[in-house]
Design a protein around this ligand. Structure first.
Ligand SMILES: NC(=O)c1ccc[n+]([C@@H]2O[C@H](COP(=O)([O-])OP(=O)(O)OC[C@H]3O[C@@H](n4cnc5c(N)ncnc54)[C@H](O)[C@@H]3O)[C@@H](O)[C@H]2O)c1
Length: 275
């Protein structure tokens, strides 16, 4: 584990003075979440299993935001706890956790090995659990905390072929969100979940490649065409939502889910009825 230097910035944002940790922040939605929190004034610790997280944090610092990086695997509770303990030792608190790191590997159920299943369970369920567990005692003690859990429309609402393991984990996030929000209430800890549809990230590109190795772009174009807003979402749109839920503008919102999908879960008749 290693930190890059913190840069002090002076902004007027709804998250000024807040200390945040974002998992899976080297790229994709976690990176968008980190930027969203940072641009609203939070000091953001970007966490990731990949060493690319150091470059990602440096990019935020270069853009004038306050950020640093730590490398660990969310599957390892001890490392998650050490990262959070270090943050609290350095800054005296941890206000926000964007519990985002997640994985997907498509396989038909008959080909879904226990190893692929457990890989999803370990990262998407236990990883989320580990990071929440690491911040929880501090948030309880300071009687303040915002936890945003990254789920998906896949699992809680819809599913596609090959997603049995992934959908199971993302639906499990919903039960966890509700139960944890209940327990967090007396401590002024808000726990909410976001459910994105297709967001243009390296993961979305990976799914496109797995679905059509010869021409992944047609998969991306096909998805965009089926979304009412006619495009995939951006990581900055994720960042704006995370910043809102992590702020006191959302102080009376807890135990709920927010869908951010460009309307992709709207179709009822898939065009068979209507003009
Ligand atoms: N992209 C989408 O369309 C979409 C839609 C719904 C939900 N999501 C969810 O958003 C989250 C991020 O997805 P993304 O599309 O940005 O994925 P991504 O693959 O582009 O990025 C995921 C990041 O998580 C990190 N990571 C993976 N395993 C880790 C581990 N064990 N410990 C620490 N870091 C780890 C990766 O290194 C990577 O930086 C996931 O939870 C995913 O399920 C994505």
């Amino acid at each position: 584990m290693q930190f890059v230097e913190r840069k002090d910035v002076f902004t007027m944002g709804k998250l000024d003075g807040k200390i945040a940790m974002v998992t899976g922040a080297a790229m994709g939605n976690g990176n968008g979440g980190a930027r969203g929190l940072a641009k609203n004034g939070a000091h953001v610790v970007l966490a990731d299993i990949s060493e690319k997280v150091f470059t990602a944090a440096q990019e935020l610092v270069d853009a004038g935001y306050s950020a640093e990086a730590v490398q660990f695997d969310v599957r390892n509770f001890k490392d998650a706890k050490k990262a959070v303990d270090d943050i609290v030792e350095k800054y005296g608190r941890i206000d926000i956790l964007f519990n985002n790191a997640g994985v997907i590997r498509l396989a038909q159920f008959e080909d879904m090995t226990d190893e692929i299943r457990d890989f999803h369970f370990d990262v998407n369920i236990k990883g989320v659990w580990n990071c929440a567990k690491a911040v929880w005692p501090y948030m309880q003690k300071q009687r303040y905390g915002k936890i945003v859990i990254m789920s998906s429309v896949t699992g809680p609402m819809v599913a596609d072929m090959g997603e049995t393991a992934y959908a199971t984990t993302k639906a499990a996030n919903w039960g966890f969100t509700k139960a944890l929000a209940f327990e967090g209430g007396p401590y002024n800890i808000n726990v909410n979940m976001i459910c994105p549809g297709y967001i243009h990230t390296p993961m979305a590109e990976q799914i496109a490649k797995e679905s059509n190795p010869d021409n992944p772009q047609t998969v991306i174009d096909g998805i965009a065409a089926a979304v009412p807003l006619k495009r995939l979402g951006t990581i900055d749109e994720i960042g704006d939502l995370v910043a809102f839920l992590a702020s006191d503008e959302a102080s009376y919102i807890t135990g709920t889910q927010v869908v951010i999908d460009g309307g992709s879960t709207l179709p009822e008749t898939f065009g068979a009825v209507g003009v």
